[in-house]
Structure formats: structure tokens, C-alpha cells
Design a protein around this ligand. Structure first.
Ligand SMILES: Cc1cc2nc3c(=O)[nH]c(=O)nc-3n(C[C@H](O)[C@H](O)[C@H](O)COP(=O)(O)OP(=O)(O)OC[C@H]3O[C@@H](n4cnc5c(N)ncnc54)[C@H](O)[C@@H]3O)c2cc1C
Length: 301
């Protein structure tokens, strides 16, 4: 009841109030702040991926701006010698306006990143984008070996088939690079698992398959049960350290993050930043009402 009420009034609440709990998960509003946090993460032994907040734009000029902003981020990562890369959302580059425009824009960013050997992850958005985002990845994976990766979502029924599809571009010299996560969007039960158990079982099945084919895997979860299962699969497949990393979102389950890092595994932290933090937080909360508990906690703190 309280959750529903908070979700309904959220867009009307003052931004300063929303910022109070959002700042735990958003590194800041400016690139300078994102670089500062990146450096301190690197100093603590983590690698990073920077995400400029924004998605589902409606205007071609916004897509152009996204490209320019990401080119600036790539230059800055290089200049400041940051260990890590960037994550991009194709709808922020105009996927829903013009697929060709989106591809050209992302390709330009990847070309620049490739000059500096900076890794680019294509985030996965809702299921209406899955095929198109896989196609973008397939093309860039072949053109820029070792520089680009994609995300697969364990809640989708189709994902095992998507791995088989991606095996066509997978080689030992240029392995496919997959971030495996549960998936954050609300999807219909006809195409997506809904329960915790079903999603986790599929996550483990997919991870098993990815390790078996020697893909590079970013194990993106804060779920202790999945981390434990991942450890078992790493041992089962004797996965080399050069073929996997763990990944977590900034501000989430930091104790678990430290533990995994201290146990000798590479850990990449996802750092969202940007002036669109408000819209991003409201959308995420509407998609994932479980996170409202954080707001409630912050109200009573
Ligand atoms: C690095 C990274 C990149 C991602 N990229 C994508 C993507 O491209 N596309 C996509 O659809 N999804 C993406 N996700 C989100 C992912 O799909 C899940 O929705 C999210 O990670 C929660 O799943 P979980 O495996 O952590 O397990 P859960 O069982 O959901 O969570 C485990 C624990 O972590 C806490 N937790 C998890 N997420 C959050 C959060 N955001 N804020 C506060 N607490 C949280 C939970 O409260 C719980 O205690 C990404 C996640 C990570 C870690």
C-alpha cells in the first residue's frame, strides 16, 4: 500500500528529496564527479564501467548529443588513465527513432574507444529491443574484436537460444563477451520467467553454457545464491581468470562486493552518472517497486 502510494507520488516529489536516497546509487551529476569516483574505485582495486544516464529519447538531435557526450567520456577515461570502460543504451543513441542512425552513432563511439583500447558494453533494454541490440553487437564484435560486449537477461525464455545464435560469431581468438544479469524490465509471463527460483535456475543454466563454450562472462548479480553458484561453476569448468569478472551496481551490496574482490576475483562496478538522474530513478523505481523499500528506509532514518 505504502509502496503504491510512494510510486504514484514519486514524480511530484521535490528532486532534492529524491536525491537523498538516489545519491547512494548515482555517482553524481557531472563527468568530473564520475571520474573522481572512478579513480577512487580503481585505487580500491575495482575496474569500472561508466553509464551516462538517459534512454528512450525521441529526437534525432538528442541522439547526436549522446554520441558527443560519450566521445567526451571516452577521451576523459583515456586522459585520466582510468581502468575500465563505458556502458551504452542503444535507445539513448536513437534506436527507436532510426536504427541506422543509432548504429552509426554507437559505431563512432566504439571506433574512438578502440583507438584507446577502452571497452564498450551494450546494455540490454526491454524485449522490444532485444533483436536489434543483438544485431548491433554482432556487427561491432566482428569489426572491433575484443572491444565490445552485450548483455543477456536470464529472465527471458529466449536467452539460451540467443547464446546459440551468438556462438556463430564466437571464436577462441575473439570470444563473445556477455554480461549475464537477471533483467530489470517488466516483461510478460509469456516470454519471461517471473519467480525468483525460475530466474535463478535459468541464470545458472546460462552461466553453465557460457563457461562451457569459453565465452568471456561478466557475472552481474548481487544475489549471494548466484554468487555461490557461480563459484561452483567456475571450479567445475576450471575457468581461467582471463575469461570472467563479477559486476555490481554502484552502491549496492558493497560488503558482498568487497568479499568477492578480496577472494581474488576481478570486480567491475557500474557507475551511472548524469543530469538525467531524476528521470532514471523514477523509471527504475516504477519498474522495480522492490527498491521503494530503500526510500521508505531513508524516510525513517
Ligand atoms: C553491473 C550490472 C549491469 C546491469 N545491466 C543490466 C542491463 O543491461 N539490462 C538489464 O535488464 N538489467 C541490468 N542489470 C540489472 C539486473 O538485471 C537486475 O535487475 C539487478 O541486478 C538485480 O538482480 P540481482 O541479480 O542483483 O538479484 P536480486 O535478487 O534482485 O538482488 C539481490 C540483492 O541485491 C539488492 N539489489 C539488487 N539490485 C538493486 C538495486 N538496483 N538497488 C538496490 N538494491 C539492489 C536486492 O535488494 C537484494 O538484496 C544490471 C545489473 C548489474 C549488477
Amino acid at each position: 500500500m505504502l509502496t503504491k502510494l510512494i510510486l504514484a507520488i514519486m514524480p511530484k516529489l521535490p528532486q532534492s528529496f529524491i536525491w537523498k536516497f538516489s545519491k547512494k546509487y548515482i555517482v553524481g551529476k557531472t563527468l568530473d564527479k564520475a571520474l573522481e569516483v572512478s579513480k577512487s574505485m580503481n585505487d580500491d582495486g575495482y575496474i569500472i564501467t561508466i553509464d551516462l544516464l538517459g534512454e528512450f529519447i525521441k529526437d534525432r538531435s538528442e541522439a547526436e548529443q549522446t554520441k558527443e557526450d560519450y566521445l567526451e567520456i571516452v577521451e576523459a577515461l583515456h586522459k585520466h588513465n582510468i581502468k575500465g570502460g563505458i556502458s551504452v543504451k542503444p535507445t539513448f543513441f536513437g534506436l527507436l527513432i532510426d536504427e541506422e542512425l543509432c548504429f552509426t552513432n554507437i559505431r563512432e563511439v566504439v571506433r574512438k574507444a578502440n583507438e584507446y583500447n577502452i571497452f564498450v558494453r551494450i546494455d540490454m533494454e526491454d524485449s522490444s529491443c532485444t533483436d536489434r541490440e543483438l544485431e548491433i553487437y554482432e556487427k561491432l564484435h566482428v569489426e572491433f574484436p575484443g572491444i565490445v560486449g552485450i548483455v543477456l537477461q536470464a529472465y527471458l525464455h529466449r536467452t539460451y537460444d540467443d547464446i546459440e545464435r551468438l556462438q556463430k560469431i564466437h571464436t577462441t581468438e575473439n570470444p563473445i563477451n556477455i554480461r549475464l544479469c537477471k533483467g530489470i524490465y517488466i516483461e510478460d509471463k509469456s516470454i519471461a520467467y517471473q519467480s525468483y527460483e525460475d530466474i535463478n535456475n535459468n541464470f545458472i543454466k546460462l552461466l553453465d553454457k557460457l563457461f562451457e563454450i569459453r565465452a568471456y562472462v561478466g557475472i552481474a548479480t548481487h544475489d549471494k545464491n548466484l554468487v555461490k553458484a557461480a563459484y561452483e561453476l567456475l571450479e567445475k569448468h576450471e575457468v581461467s581468470k582471463s575469461l570472467y569478472e563479477f559486476q555490481m551496481l554502484y552502491g549496492v551490496e558493497t560488503r558482498l562486493r568487497k568479499r568477492i574482490h578480496n577472494q581474488g576475483h576481478l570486480m567491475k562496478v557500474y557507475l551511472p552518472f548524469g543530469k538525467d538522474w531524476f528521470g532514471y530513478c523514477v523509471r527504475r523505481l516504477q519498474e522495480n517497486p522492490n527498491m521503494v523499500s530503500d526510500i521508505i528506509k531513508s524516510i525513517f532514518k
